[in-house]
Design a binder for this molecule. Structure first.
Ligand code: RRO
Length: 298
């Protein structure tokens, strides 16, 4: 079930979402071997970061809340990408980057571009001051950073959007004006959990980002809204845990989907979802293209 996001060719429409199993060559390799059509790395910054004080992750009904705080190896990650590139049968590698300003984004994009098939700009981490919300919630900042990266690298540039804004389409349109090749929707939804025994917030950072099937209706709504307003492709992410939930994001308007929380428990999910979609389409004599955004016809 081959597909394309702009010029990027995929063997199937499932990808690893940023943040899960994405910091080493061996874990990214494992995801490829388990049937992912592409992988997105953990978001990488210019400098190593340890992340927030723990606990950084709590499981809730229907998902997780995380406040990892952008832990990453910084530019040392390039060594992992170099190792990965020596292997055979690779799937497209999308490198996710974050920065605090335009200059940092440009430096990162320049450093990783020879090892990436596309760049995903993380303009949407919901709980790390200076790196996500402040950048990703202002259309003019999103447009400018996207534009500068497009001027800097020849690769496809995808922009990952935050759902924690009043109007996600204004941010999506800003990415499109900046020349983005696709938008990725959505990052996690701001939330928090309280331990009722101690009466204290569970996460070290107090606030975190909610992921997993509990956020799927929010992802579907955001993708549906974006599809109405944008001409560039949408990559859907948020709460997919089987082929039917993947179909929901696709019918809202996503051309491919990313899997995150579910991967932590089920690495076989890529094959399960892509086989499930293929069977669904085969039984109805449809192509994937036929059902992208089909919910808008009503
Ligand atoms: O590392 C994180 O805490 C994190 C990131 Br960068 C992100 O984009 N989304 C998220 O839920 N957590």
């Amino acid at each position: 079930m081959k597909t394309k996001i702009g010029t990027l060719k995929l063997e199937n429409p499932t990808m690893l979402a940023a943040g899960v199993l994405g910091t080493t060559a061996s874990s990214l390799r494992r995801v490829m071997q388990n049937g992912a059509g592409a992988v997105v790395t953990k978001s990488i910054g210019l400098y190593p970061r340890e992340g927030h004080r723990g606990p950084v992750l709590v499981e809730i009904e229907g998902g997780y809340i995380n406040a990892m705080g952008l832990p990453n190896p910084g530019l040392k990650f390039i060594e992992e990408l170099e190792t990965l590139r020596t292997l055979e049968d690779l799937k497209p590698i999308i490198v996710s980057i974050f920065g605090s300003d335009e200059r940092e984004f440009i430096k990162l994009a320049t450093s990783v571009c020879r090892l990436a098939d596309a760049i995903e700009l993380n303009l949407s981490c919901p709980h790390t001051k200076g790196y996500g919300f402040e950048i990703g919630s202002q259309p003019i900042v999103v447009e400018t950073i996207t534009k500068r990266i497009k001027e800097t690298v020849e690769l496809p540039v995808w922009v990952k959007l935050t759902p924690n804004v009043n109007d996600i389409t204004s941010i999506g349109k800003a990415a499109e004006r900046g020349g983005a090749d696709a938008v990725v929707a959505i990052n996690t939804v701001t939330g928090m959990a309280i331990d009722v025994e101690s009466g204290t917030p569970v996460l070290g950072n107090i606030f975190g980002g909610v992921s997993g099937r509990i956020i799927r209706p929010i992802a579907v709504r955001c993708i549906y809204e974006l599809y109405r307003e944008l001409d560039i492709p949408i990559v859907g992410v948020g709460g997919v845990n089987d082929y039917r939930s993947a179909l929901e994001l696709i019918m809202a308007g996503a051309e491919a989907i990313q899997l995150g929380s579910i991967v932590a428990k089920k690495i076989s999910i890529f094959k399960e979802v892509s086989d499930g979609i293929a069977t669904y389409l085969g039984e109805r004599n449809f192509n994937l293209r036929d059902i992208v955004g089909i919910a808008h016809r009503r």
